[in-house]
Design a protein around this ligand. Structure first.
Ligand SMILES: *Cc1c(COP(=O)(O)O)cnc(C)c1O
Length: 409
């Protein structure tokens, strides 16, 4: 198929890495062979600026079928009136949503970055924070859950045009209903960024924000387990504004090979098997959190309702930083990321916490027994983060575990 050994040898090593080490990054997953095949298809060759049946170039009759199928499947999956499946990523989906309903300088409420929010929710280093006036809400000091009283007070004080809900490092259910009520009380629009939890919503284990929020954005590659990309769902009255914002407002030609893979993933996510998968993700997260708590780690907010947990390392070892922990675990074949925790005294580059997610290991077939094992391995590494011999030993044990749960045999 190719003589480019220089590149494909590197890809072979990445496949080996994914097959033989533990993937616990909360935003990652293992896409199916069908998703990979569609992503690698000849649709990558086609230019199709515009939307189905309204393209700028010829030769798009078949591509139109692909994009229509993706839109129909995702509307059925989430019960949406309109879908735009062209955003190249979650960040683009969010930016397009802002472009659709905001003017530069408008006020928006979003979740604080250091308490679980995303860069695209108003970080000063992101275009969202440069073009719009974001005001941040956070979690309570007491139970580390979304502070709805604060959200309401900020909404009354700042009269935002838009309230954004959703998070990248928040372990609890986000109920859209009370946020809708707050938005209505101040005449704001409501956008729900379901980037992380789209698969949990599709699988029926988290409340569906579609029909409650005016706009729902999400990524297709996290819990939803599709190709790397984004999508926007909205009410019919916002359809034209959203479509214009994605193209020509923000992007050029759509990635129809990725849209084909999104269609595959939407079908997969509508099955009973996927609903069972989504439930097992949460069961596994709870088991892993319980195992880590048993090893002496404090779990932020006391547990998890979703696919991830935040671990406060200070309870385990006051000196241990997220940065050192991430590196020690990486050497041991356990891949996860450092993360700030609410009220973290350390910077985002150092942190006092870890974010750990179960979507990928659950796809690989692991269940509660393996979660208990992983908790023991993590604790063993972090008791002696500088011990190279121990890291090699654990790396071997991880290899044995992964050989029974290989994502791409
Ligand atoms: C991951 C994420 C995004 C961005 O997705 P990308 O595809 O990486 O651009 C946006 N919002 C939230 C809440 C996320 O977790």
């Amino acid at each position: 198929m190719t003589d480019d050994r220089e590149l494909f040898d590197i890809l072979d090593r990445e496949l080996e890495r994914q097959n033989t080490t533990l993937q616990l990054i909360a935003s990652e997953n293992f896409a199916s062979k069908a998703v990979l095949a569609a992503t690698g298809s000849v649709l990558t060759n086609k230019y199709s600026e515009g939307y189905p049946h309204k393209r700028y170039y010829g030769g798009n009759a078949i591509v139109d079928e692909v994009e229509d199928l993706a839109r129909r499947r995702v509307c059925e999956l989430f019960g949406a009136q309109h879908a735009n499946v062209q955003p190249h990523s979650g960040a683009n989906a969010n930016l397009a949503a802002y472009l659709a309903v905001l003017d530069p300088g408008d006020t928006v409420l979003g979740m604080r970055l250091d308490q679980g929010g995303h860069l695209t929710h108003g970080s000063p280093v992101n275009i969202s924070g440069k073009f719009y006036n974001f005001v941040s809400y956070g979690v309570t000091d007491s139970d580390e859950r979304l502070d709805l009283d604060q959200l309401e007070a900020l909404a009354k004080q700042h009269r935002p045009k838009l309230i954004v809900a959703g998070a990248t490092a928040y372990p609890r259910i986000i109920d859209p209903a009370p946020i809708r009520a707050i938005a209505d009380s101040v005449g704001a629009l409501f956008m729900f960024d379901a980037a992380h939890i789209a698969g949990l919503i599709a699988g029926g284990v988290h409340p569906n924000p579609v029909g409650v929020a005016d706009i729902v954005t999400f990524t297709t590659h996290k819990t939803l387990r599709g190709p790397r990309g984004g999508a926007i769902l909205c009410k019919a009255e916002l359809a034209s504004a959203v479509d214009k914002a994605v193209f020509p407002g923000l992007q050029g030609g759509p990635l129809e090979h990725v849209i084909a893979a999104k269609a595959v993933a939407f079908r997969e996510a509508s099955t009973a098997e996927f609903a069972a998968y989504a439930a097992q993700i949460v069961t596994n997260a709870r088991a892993l959190a319980a195992g880590l708590a048993g090893e002496g780690f404090r779990i932020v907010s006391g547990g998890t309702d979703n696919h991830l947990m935040l671990v406060d390392l200070r309870s385990f070892d006051a000196e241990l930083t997220g940065k050192v922990a991430q590196e020690a675990l990486d050497r041991s074949g356990i891949t996860l990321n450092k993360n700030t925790i609410p009220g973290d005294p350390r910077s985002a580059f150092v942190t006092s916490g870890l974010r750990i997610g179960t979507p990928a290991v659950t796809t690989a077939g692991m269940t509660e027994a393996e979660m208990a094992h992983i908790a023991r391995l993590i604790a063993a590494v972090l008791r002696a983060p500088d011990d190279g011999a121990l890291a090699a030993e654990i790396r071997e044990e991880v290899g044995v575990l992964c050989s029974k749960f290989t994502p791409y045999p």
